[in-house]
Design a protein around this ligand. Structure first.
Ligand code: HSE
Length: 435
């Protein structure tokens, strides 16, 4: 079998992991019936010790020079970022007849259509299993396993860093700041971790999944994205008392008149398997016709999981599997019409700090009733978690609503905030129900 010659640009955590498999575990590649050979590398610092030897492999100071050189068949882009060198190098590689394997979700979310058009026009592959959920084969599952289906809904957890932080806060009582630091040390977080905790990383991944699932282009920035930065240990503790875990969810749903995409923290029933997926795990539930419901779970961040997905793409390339970059040829993708999620039915969690005075709870239920919002459960936990500036004369009231809309809920919360008995900002979080 002819060897597939590989050029790797970017030797950070993931690049070093890829090199380790390709240099030190060639028996796995051969067993899989592939013949892969790294012939070029490009990274910022040639002298840096990355814990893996790259011996006699040619070194390129300029990744674009590597992308266009005639000593490679596949360009592996692990530089990152939606613009700049990564975009130029991937474009140059495709224009000079190289297949591309990338983990760059930011690039694909913003320029996926343009790059797919380029790749398909030149009959080249653009592979990106590692860009979404790292080691969990979600791209392969949607592009192959569900390719004969009408995908109705994707419900996912797509950011390992956020899941790690929330898990540590929930189960180990670790503070938000310490948990984020641990996630960075473990190699889960982006170079700029605000992309993780702000929800953008999950949103970029959701765009990619939606483009495969809905045969449509989705504009990044065209749907609501909320991160986990404002969650407190009181929210986590209060959600737990009502029987929920808080997770950062990413949802894409097909409706009769368009699509709804959203990324935000949500309460998930603690007995649901998505709620039980902890640490850096990711989770994807696919609802499709006539397939039914399929769930995928596993490590969504980290060196090994991401490197394994990159090498799996290289093996697939060597075996000669192809097809459109998304599920539909780029020229046939249509623009998805986005529906506003604020007016769609949902249940909510509301956590309030109140002065412990007569009539406070009656005042809350009265305001909710004025907005047609019915209370499903309400508790007044006697012990507060740490972190609030409350006194012993304050009361925490936590409730879950029946179905309403986000628009009504925001208005009601704003009115409650202005009541004389209300203290501080109400915490309003959507409850994600599963049918
Ligand atoms: N920073 C990402 C995460 C890495 O935490 O999920 C994997 O894309």
């Amino acid at each position: 079998m002819k060897s597939l010659r590989i050029g790797i640009a970017g030797l950070g955590v993931v690049g070093s992991g890829v090199l380790d498999i390709l240099v030190n575990h060639l028996e796995r590649i051969e067993r899989a019936g592939a013949n892969l050979c790294v012939t070029g590398i490009s990274a910022r610092d040639q002298a840096k010790d990355r814990g893996v030897t790259h011996g006699p492999i040619d070194w390129y100071a300029d990744p674009i020079e590597l992308a266009v050189c005639d000593k490679i068949d596949v360009f592996v882009e692990l530089i990152g970022g939606p613009e700049g060198v990564a975009r130029h190098a991937v474009t140059a590689a495709l224009e000079s007849g190289k297949h591309v394997v990338t983990a760059n979700k930011a690039l694909l979310a913003k320029h996926g259509l343009e790059l797919a058009t380029l790749a398909e026009g030149a009959e080249l592959s653009l592979c990106y299993e590692a860009a979404v959920a790292a080691g969990v084969p979600v791209i392969r599952s949607l592009r192959s396993g569900a390719s004969a289906c009408r995908i109705n809904k994707l419900t996912a957890m797509l950011n390992g860093t956020c899941n790690y932080i929330l898990s540590q806060m929930t189960h180990a009582g670790v503070s938000y700041e310490d948990a984020l630091r641990e996630a960075q040390q473990l190699g889960f977080a982006e170079a700029d971790p605000s992309l993780d905790v702000g929800g953008d990383d999950a949103a970029q991944k959701l765009v990619i999944l939606a483009m495969i699932a809905f045969d449509s282009t989705v504009e990044y920035g065209s749907f609501p994205v909320l991160g986990i930065e404002n969650l407190t240990s009181n929210d986590i503790a209060a959600a737990g008392k009502l029987g929920y875990r808080i997770k950062l969810v990413a949802v894409a749903e097909r409706n009769d008149d368009g699509y709804e995409l959203r990324v935000h923290p949500a309460l998930v029933d603690k007995h649901h398997s998505l709620a039980k997926a902890d640490g850096a795990d990711n989770y994807l539930i696919i609802n499709a016709d006539p397939l039914g419901q399929v769930s995928l779970a596993g490590p969504g961040a980290g060196q090994g999981a991401t490197a394994a997905a990159i090498v799996a793409d290289l093996i697939a390339l060597s075996r000669g599997t192809g097809g459109p970059v998304f599920n539909t040829a780029a020229e046939n993708l249509v623009t998805a019409k986005m529906l506003p999620s604020k007016t769609r039915p949902a249940r909510f969690f509301l956590r309030l700090t109140l002065k412990d005075v007569p009539g406070a709870i009656a005042g809350i239920s009265e305001t909710l009733a004025e907005h047609g919002i019915s209370i499903d459960s309400l508790i007044q936990p006697s012990v507060m978690a740490t972190g609030d500036n409350s006194t012993n004369h304050d009361a925490m009231v936590v409730l879950a609503t029946h179905v309403t809309t986000e628009a009504e809920m925001i208005q009601a919360a704003n009115e409650i905030r202005q009541k004389p008995f209300a203290l501080g900002e109400p915490s309003l979080i959507r409850i994600e129900d599963f049918s």
